[in-house]
Design a protein around this ligand. Structure first.
Ligand code: IMP
Ligand code: MG
Length: 174
């Protein structure tokens, strides 16, 4: 498919890093049972692999947000499309995100979830685009910092396509 460009993170690199992230989470949350909050849809694949690399009793919940804007640019206006099922009070919540671009989605999510009184709230983002964030996001776990290009694969889409690629690559279509 010629709309797919250079590979940004190869499958083996991705999987090796996720194992490391899982080990880090396992150490940091020892004796606690974190509640993983996946941000749909993009984070579903990362969430599944990360969870299998965590050696703790974890619980899962998901929320879906949509940000208004075009297919490849976010507007920063976020709407909750599916809210969480579980109560966050006194839970050790770990937000699992696919990618941080402007950081606006995450800033919104963090504010929204903090208002529900979790015991702790941290973020694990697989990908962070270099240099685009205007706010300090305080990301506890980051998989990879990547150049500020639009990418697809491993959960990330353009108009719902390419989420099933097992690697992350540049999208060169329009
Ligand atoms: P932000 O609010 O600008 O940080 O954008 C975050 C959201 O936009 C992510 O959760 C993704 O759903 C989407 N997004 C940002 N950059 C990309 C990309 O390069 N490929 C696919 N989706 C992206
Ligand atoms: Mg998306």
């Amino acid at each position: 498919m010629d709309e797919l460009g250079d590979v940004v993170v190869a499958e083996t690199t991705l999987q090796a890093r996720i194992v490391e992230l899982g080990q880090q989470v396992t150490e940091d949350y020892a004796d606690r049972s974190p509640l993983l909050v996946g941000v749909l849809k993009g984070a579903f694949m990362f969430m599944a692999d990360l969870a299998r690399a965590i050696r703790l009793p974890v619980e899962f919940d998901f929320m879906a947000v949509s940000s208004y804007g075009s297919a490849t640019k976010t507007s920063g206006v976020v709407r909750i499309v599916k809210d969480l099922d579980l109560d966050l009070s006194d839970r050790h919540v770990l937000i699992v995100e696919d990618i941080v671009d402007s950081g606006l989605t995450l800033a919104y999510l963090r504010r929204n979830l903090l208002a529900r009184n979790p015991a702790t709230l941290e973020v694990c983002a697989l990908l962070v685009k270099d240099g685009l964030q205007r706010v300090d996001l305080d990301l506890k776990y980051v998989g990879f910092t990547i150049p500020p290009e639009f990418v697809v694969g491993y959960g990330l889409d353009v108009r719902e396509r390419h989420r099933n690629l097992p690697y992350v690559c540049v999208y060169e279509g329009d």
